[in-house]
Design a protein. Structure first.
Length: 362
């Protein structure tokens, strides 16, 4: 019988990724769930997500808020609106707020530092930033202002695929032998004292099973604090949705399904046992009935309820038909709380840092 263990070799990881037998997959998910239970426990941590701007000057070929989408109305929340959302997060009992946005130059170093400082002073919540590829000076200023964590998915560790989906911007084009630039940024974040989160999309056109194995190894090598995994969901206003048939070119195309995302969640839990792993909105978007619950049962221990004011929510359309888009913060909260309870888990109190953070700082 195929083993399920932390020391699986690449061939074994690949075999699990391509496994389709539901009985075998139950074994995989059960093993990941047992590791989750032993390392991070029954608590599911809530991170209140504030999508502070959908303005972006990047041309990522997969993303519905990139410069490619000339139809979406752009917004940027004001400082007071953001602070109101953070206060709401505290009222709802969340330990963390996540400020996420496109790469928006108007979100200046000073503006973000001021907001972070006020949130920390007023609420004491953990603050996570996810504002794209920003300068070292920005990252230092935000850390000094009190930011705790930074999320930057590397999306794919394959330099050929990465270069295809991230047109070069402010750094030289990468060669197939180079490391993908976001990995250097993640190490920089760790070195600056951030708890760093990363992740990948599964099923990007041109992505192979070996690419996913390499992504899992990259999570392990980075010893990363948080790992977000979701299916790639084509957005009709982006080039990637139209211009490239990965299967035709590479043959070994990974499908962009919830099933593959769940297998990746389980394997990530086995390989990086004490990371925080969210049940992502992309998984919930493709399976609105049980996607979140299935991810929680396959190794995930975090969910990110949406706090973005309803007026802006639908405009942060990174992919179509996004889950939770028509809900208020309160509706999103009670829906997620019920889903967490339904799988026999409880909501975690406090900031909910990954255990590895305590190991590092002890
Ligand atoms: N601009 C920041 C960045 O790039 O890290 C944060 C915002 S970006 C919209 C957040 C994440 O959305 C990306 O890391 C990517 O994985 C995900 N995303 C964007 N477009 C997507 C798509 N079409 N399908 C699935 N996930 C997508």
């Amino acid at each position: 019988m195929r083993t399920v263990a932390a020391d699986m070799d690449d061939a074994m990881l690949r075999a699990w990724l391509t496994e389709e037998d539901p009985r075998q997959l139950e074994r995989l998910y059960a093993a990941a769930d047992a590791v989750r239970s032993a390392t991070v426990g029954p608590e599911v941590h809530l991170r209140g997500l504030i999508e502070i701007s959908n303005t972006c000057n990047r041309a990522c070929s997969y993303c519905g808020i990139s410069v490619h989408n000339t139809n979406v109305k752009r917004y940027r929340m004001g400082r007071e609106e953001i602070l109101d959302c953070a206060r709401r997060a505290q009222e709802l009992g969340y330990g963390t707020v996540v400020m996420q946005a496109g790469e928006d130059p108007q979100l200046t170093r000073e503006l973000i530092a001021g907001i972070v400082r006020t949130i920390k002073q007023e609420t004491g919540l953990a603050v996570t930033l996810s504002l794209g590829e920003r300068s070292r000076a920005d990252l230092i200023a935000w850390k000094e202002a009190g930011a705790d964590r930074y999320l930057l998915r590397f999306e794919s560790s394959n330099p050929r695929l990465y270069a295809r989906i991230h047109p070069a911007h402010g750094h030289p084009a990468i060669d197939p032998g180079d490391e993908v630039p976001r990995l250097g940024m993640l190490r920089q974040l760790q070195e600056l004292g951030y708890q760093a989160g990363t992740g990948v999309m599964v099923g990007i056109p041109g992505q192979t099973w070996d690419d996913l194995v390499a992504d899992l190894r990259t999570f392990q090598r980075l010893d990363i604090e948080m790992i977000g995994i979701g299916p790639y969901i084509p957005h009709p206003a982006t080039p990637l949705a139209h211009d490239f048939d990965g299967a035709a070119e590479y043959g070994d195309q990974v499908p962009n399904t919830v099933l593959v995302a769940l297998k990746m969640v389980a394997l990530a839990r086995l390989l990086v046992p004490d990371a925080n792993i969210p049940a992502t909105t992309a998984v919930a978007t493709l399976n609105k009935d049980t996607g979140r619950e299935d991810a929680l049962k396959a190794g995930a221990n975090v969910v990110m309820p949406n706090l973005t004011p309803p007026a802006y929510r639908a405009l942060y359309e990174i992919y179509p038909d996004k889950a939770c888009v028509n809900e208020t913060a309160e509706q999103c909260h009670s829906c997620l709380a019920a889903r967490i309870e339904s799988v026999g888990r409880c909501i975690g109190a406090g900031p909910g840092a990954a255990p590895k953070t305590h190991r590092r700082t002890a």
